[in-house]
Design a protein around this ligand. Sequence first.
Ligand code: UD1
Length: 363
Amino acid sequence: MTSLLHVVGARPNFMKVAPVLHAGERVPGMPQFLVHTGQHYDAAMSDRFFSDLGLPAPDVNLGVGSASHAVQTARIMLEFEPVLDRFRPDWVVVYGDVNSTVACALVASKKGIRVAHVEAGLRSRDRTMPEEINRLLTDQLADLCLTPSRDGDANLLAEGIPGERIRFVGNVMVDTLLRLREQARALDVASVQGVAGRPYAFCTFHRPSNVDRAETLAEILGALDDLAATMPVIFPIHPRTRQRIEEFGLGDLARRVTLLEPLSYLETISLVDGCALVLTDSGGLQEETTVLGVPCLTARANTERPVTVTEGTNRLIPSQREGIGLAIAEVLERRARGAFHPSRPEGWDGHAGERIIGILAGD
Ligand code: UD1
């Protein structure tokens, strides 16, 4: 029987592995192993996601922690190789675009173990993003590129990846969202935060391009504070962003904003589902807001998820105070006119995990 070894490391990986692992559990006798690289390690960034998503404890945690890109990637590779020797899976399944994804794909392919990449083919065409480098390399290495949207297939073909290595399967993040949406709603985190029945904004920012330069981070915090004069603004802060706010001494700029510790998956979806708009630089939130029909403003110059703009509720905006303010005013006016609706791009139907297992188990 085909055996699978799934690799996760950072927060956005956990929502992606869950539907694949759960679909695999329904195949009698198929061995599956779960390896956590430990790229994310805080309880709020990792353990709480495992419990929200019903994930089993990992078989192995490599415990690599934070470091520079080179050190972190190298540590993952060093720690992962003996794990492959121990489990000898038929497939290593890697997810998304984080450092753990490319590190483990490289180790597996050099050991002659087949690699399947879930969420293959996405491209921002911006090589200043570490994730874009990770995507390009992982897809070149993968024996099977499993794409979430048709633009992914086209990107891979354009890079010379043979068609027989590409399979369109749809979006696994959406599997998780559809499975847990009602459970998230029932939490009613808006009441806990004291914003129930009122329009409020939800925001997250953690990309190096937005938070690692004091000037840019100041523009964003200023815009959020402006908005907070008119409605509650809830901002769960990623550890990277919190460190930068402290380092740059920018805490006072966002005085009116409700700054929270990172939230769990269910708490996040609960708040996103009920908010008036999302302001973000996250990849996953661009997709989740598309499915939920929530207006989303993404402070980035590009997106690797173009269907969220062409078919969904997403719009790209500058990381600049005045531009963000104008975009917010425009989006709230369109929302008042009822312009935003839930949308389901092809394959965003809650069954992507089953399709992936169908391909891997049938191999
Ligand atoms: C990583 C991913 C990014 C993803 C993001 C989601 C890469 C290249 N980047 O970025 O694609 O969108 O995760 O969160 O893989 N830290 C903690 N606790 C943790 C983890 C990190 O305090 O559990 C702090 C550390 O100081 C670390 C910093 O956050 O230096 C950044 O963490 P890191 O994993 O390097 O990158 P992310 O910004 O989280």
